[in-house]
Design a binder for this molecule. Structure first.
Ligand code: NAP
Ligand code: GDD
Length: 332
C-alpha cells in the first residue's frame, strides 16, 4: 500500500485476544493502526507489547461516548473494528448491568460517535454465536433466530441489532461478524480452552495436580483466532455491508478438548480433572455448530487451523511459556 493510499483503522479492544491479532494483520497490510485502551492503574498491554511503537494508542472507554467522538475526529478512520466488550459469560451473570452498558450500549456509543464524525467509515461489530444460545436449528447460520442464554448474549444481541439499525437508518457501512468460539495462546486464562491448556502444562511440569472444570458435555465450534481476524477484515472490503457467520463447521465437547490436551503430553486426564459444580452456569449453551458457507462463498474465507492442531498449539505454547522452551514439537 502506498503512503497516499494508507488506510487508518481504529480497533477497540486492542489489548484483548482478537484486537492483538487484528493489529498484527492490519499492520502487515500497511494500515495505520490506532488502538483504543481504557485507563487502568496498571497498563495492560501484554498482548501488544511486540507492537510497541508500531500502533498508536488512544484512551477511551465504551462507557464514555465523548472519547470516541474525539478519537474519530482526530484520526478520521477508514475502518473501525469494535472488539471491546465485557466478554466473559460467567461475569455477565454476576454483573448484568455493567455487561449491558459495555457490551450492549457501548456499541451504540461507538456507532453514534461514528455517525457524527466519520459516517463514511466502515464499521465492524464483534457479534457472537452465544446469541444463538438455546439453538432453534443446527447448524446455525445468518438467518437462525437468536435465543440468548446469558446477560452477555442479550447485550450482544442488542449490539447486533443496533449495528443493523444504523446500516438501515443512515446508510452506513456497518456490519457484524457472528463469530463462533475462537482461541489461541493469547486467549484469556479464564476461558475453558486456555484454562485447560494452562493446567495441562502446569501438571506436566509438576507445578499443579488437578484441574477443576464445570460442564464437560457442552459443545463448541472452536477455531483459531488468527483465522477469524482475517474474516473481520474481509467483511470490511466488500461492495456492501453484510453480516456473516464465521466458524469451522465442526463441533467438539469440552471433554474432547480435555482428552486431546492431556493426551498430547502423555497424561491421563481422568487422574487430574475434577468436575466442580461451582463452574456450572445458571443457563448453559449446550451446542454450537456453524454453517460458514456464506463466508466461504462470498468472502472466500476458510479456516486454516483445525481443532486438533489448535489444541496442541495451545498446550505447546503454555509449556513453552512456563519453561522458556518447547519440549514438544509445535503442531501448527
Ligand atoms: P477479550 O480478550 O476479553 O478482550 C476484550 C477487550 O475489550 C479488551 O481489550 C478489554 O480491555 C476491552 N474492554 C473491556 N471493557 C472495556 C471498556 N469498558 N471500554 C473499552 N474497552 C474495554 O475478548 P476477545 O476474545 O478478544 O473478543 C473480542 C470481541 O469479540 C469481544 O467483543 C467478544 O465479546 C467478541 N467475541 C469473541 C469470541 C471469541 O471466541 N473470542 C467469539 C465471538 C465474539 P482490557 O484489556 O482493559 O480489559
Ligand atoms: N470458562 C469455563 N470454565 N467454561 C467451562 C468450564 C470452566 O471451568 N467448565 C466447562 N466449561 C464450559 C462452559 O460451561 C461453556 O459451555 C464452555 O465450556 C465454553 O466456555 P468459555 O470458554 O467460557 O466460552 P463461552 O462459549 O462461554 O464464550 C466464549 O465464546 C463466545 C462465542 O460463542 C467467549 O469468548 C464469548 O465472549 C464469545 O462470544
Amino acid at each position: 500500500m502506498t503512503q497516499a493510499a494508507r488506510k487508518t483503522a481504529v480497533i477497540t479492544g486492542i489489548t484483548g485476544q482478537d484486537g492483538s491479532y487484528l493489529a498484527d494483520l492490519l499492520l502487515e497490510q500497511g494500515y495505520k493502526v490506532v488502538g483504543v485502551v481504557r485507563r487502568l492503574s496498571t497498563p495492560n498491554t501484554e498482548r501488544i507489547a511486540h507492537l510497541e511503537g508500531k500502533v498508536e494508542l488512544a484512551q477511551g472507554d465504551l462507557l464514555d461516548q465523548s472519547s470516541f467522538t474525539e478519537i474519530f475526529a482526530k484520526h478520521k478512520p477508514d475502518e473501525i473494528y469494535n472488539l471491546a466488550a465485557q466478554s466473559f459469560v460467567p461475569t455477565s451473570f454476576g454483573q448484568p448491568l455493567l455487561t449491558g452498558e459495555v457490551t450492549g450500549l457501548g456499541v451504540a456509543r461507538v456507532l453514534e460517535a461514528m455517525r457524527l464524525t466519520c459516517p463514511k467509515a466502515r464499521f465492524y461489530q464483534a457479534s457472537s454465536s452465544e446469541m444463538y444460545g438455546k439453538v432453534v436449528e443446527t447448524p446455525q447460520r445468518e438467518t437462525t433466530r437468536f435465543h440468548p442464554r446469558s446477560p452477555y448474549a442479550v447485550a450482544k444481541a442488542y449490539g447486533h441489532y443496533i449495528t443493523l439499525n444504523y446500516r438501515e437508518s443512515y446508510d452506513m457501512y456497518a456490519c457484524s461478524g457472528i463469530l463462533f468460539n475462537h482461541e489461541s495462546p493469547r486467549r484469556g486464562i479464564e476461558f475453558v480452552t486456555r484454562k485447560i491448556t494452562d493446567a495441562v502444562a502446569k501438571i506436566k511440569l509438576g507445578l499443579a495436580k488437578e484441574l477443576r472444570l464445570g460442564n464437560l458435555e457442552a459443545r463448541r465450534d472452536w477455531g483459531c483466532a488468527g483465522d477469524y481476524v482475517r474474516a473481520m477484515w474481509l467483511m470490511l472490503q466488500q461492495d456492501e455491508a453484510e453480516d456473516f457467520v464465521v466458524g469451522t463447521g465442526e463441533t467438539h465437547s469440552v471433554r474432547e478438548f480435555v482428552e486431546l490436551a492431556f493426551g498430547h503430553v502423555g497424561l491421563d486426564w481422568k487422574r487430574h480433572v475434577i468436575v466442580d459444580p461451582a463452574f456450572y452456569r445458571p443457563a448453559e449453551v449446550d451446542l454450537l455448530l456453524s454453517d460458514p458457507s456464506h463466508a466461504k462463498n462470498k468472502l472466500g474465507w476458510v479456516p486454516e487451523v483445525g481443532f486438533e492442531n489448535l489444541v496442541k498449539m495451545m498446550v505447546d505454547a503454555d509449556v513453552e511459556r512456563l519453561t522458556g522452551k518447547s519440549p514438544i514439537r509445535r503442531a501448527a
